[in-house]
Design a protein around this ligand. Structure first.
Ligand code: NAD
Ligand code: UFG
Length: 339
């Protein structure tokens, strides 16, 4: 059984991916400093997979701790989720973002090199495309970033390309996620942000259950079907499956590849709101407010390369994404806090 080190494996996408890894026949070892997650998630992953999972509560910037993990376990590949991800916070705290995301990745890559571990899957983001001139977005489109979070992703992508140039025996998958939403169908795993959510879907689920009074829709004057922003929402379980396909590719064919993970279809904010309302059979109260600084009108992926390279095609619809997100909110009214 191949051993996969999952950094940030207690977090939202990481936890769903660990479940997928077991389904695909891999063993996962998790390292997470719990800066944005709760340890009880580990118990839930163990319950789902019916497996005891090795967990190291460490920071990926801690070289001695990482070295110990690689010494104690023969790691075949790393999936690197660990990092900070809030765009607005990154503008306020650029040093924290550069330190955590860039230094964290650098230390990880150094320890991998010392232990001759050649395979890595990296969590990048559609944010590296900036404001695209056209959609759907193909992987070769020009890159640009407007905030420290996005810049940290772009710098890491460039670091990985340099490392590959210097050592072509490295196998590197750079995955650019579009907008992950949803939750595990059984409601055991989901998205549990701290405080008031920044992102659309976790905000709506809180409005749906009355924890927040209404949704603020950031602008209705974009050049889109109804004036509200359009995004490519991808079910987190589909996204997680993309990771096990990427690993499979790295283990069978060497090289570096960069691939979009989205559905290829965009939905507006109001379309998402209406989808939730349909499932709930009640209105989601919302107010149109000013545009949010830094937002773009439309962003969705061209998925042809993911299909060709990885045989990756999403299976879950927007209805399933919203239903599963709601189910998680209803089954876990205080997120993981009550565990
Ligand atoms: P998350 O915050 O839920 O998970 C990240 C995990 O990493 C958390 O459990 C956190 O405790 C841990 N972590 C952070 N810094 C660490 C460090 N220095 N050492 C060890 N552990 C650390 O976020 P997520 O939504 O699961 O995102 C995972 C990755 O995917 C991130 O790199 C994020 O930037 C990227 N991404 C996320 C989205 C999204 O919308 N969720 C979109 C594009 C890309
Ligand atoms: N929106 C609202 N009200 C809210 C929250 C969001 O109207 O309360 C709108 C936004 O204006 C946007 C859409 O809903 O049009 C989606 O916004 P999100 O904040 O959910 O997602 P973003 O597309 O802005 O950003 C997300 C992640 C980024 C990542 C990007 C691409 O937060 O980190 O997807 O992957 F880079």
């Amino acid at each position: 059984m191949k051993k996969i080190l999952v950094t940030g494996g207690i977090g939202y996408i990481g936890s769903h991916t660990v479940v997928e890894l077991y389904k695909a026949g891999y063993e996962a070892i998790i390292v997470d400093n719990l800066s944005n997650s709760k340890k009880s998630v580990l118990k839930r992953i163990e319950q789902i997979t019916q497996t005891e999972i090795k967990f190291y509560e460490n920071d990926v910037r801690d070289v001695a701790a990482l070295d110990k993990i690689f010494t104690e376990n023969k790691i075949d590949a790393v999936i690197h989720f660990a990092g900070l991800k809030a765009v607005g916070e990154s503008v306020e705290k650029p040093l924290e973002y550069y330190n955590n995301n860039i230094i964290g990745t650098l230390r990880l890559l150094e320890v991998m090199k010392n232990h001759n571990c050649k395979n890595i899957v990296f969590s990048s983001s559609a944010t590296v495309y900036g404001n695209p001139h056209t959609v759907p977005i193909e992987e070769h489109f020009p890159l640009s970033v407007t905030n420290p979070y996005g810049r940290s992703k772009l710098i890491i992508e460039e670091m990985l390309q340099d490392i590959y140039k210097a050592d072509a025996s490295m196998n590197i998958a750079i995955l650019r996620y579009f907008n992950p939403i949803g939750a595990l169908e059984n409601g055991l795993l989901g998205e549990d942000p701290n405080g008031i959510p920044n992102n659309l879907c976790p905000y709506i689920t809180k409005v749906a259950v009355g924890k927040l009074s209404h949704l603020n829709v950031f602008g209705n004057d974009y050049p889109t079907i109804d004036g509200t922003g359009v995004r490519d929402y991808i079910h987190v379980v589909d996204l997680a499956r993309g990771h096990s396909l990427a690993l499979q590719k790295l283990f069978t064919e060497s090289g570096l590849f960069i691939v979009n993970l989205g559905t290829g279809r965009g939905y507006s904010v109001l379309e998402v709101v209406h989808e939730f309302a349909k499932i709930l059979d009640k209105e989601i109260p919302y107010k149109i407010v000013e545009r949010r600084a830094g937002d773009i009108a439309t962003c969705y992926a061209d998925c042809k390369f993911a299909e060709k390279l990885l045989n990756f095609k999403t299976e879950k619809t927007l209805t399933e994404m919203c239903r599963d997100a709601l189910n998680f909110q209803l089954k876990n009214p205080n997120g993981y806090e009550d565990d």
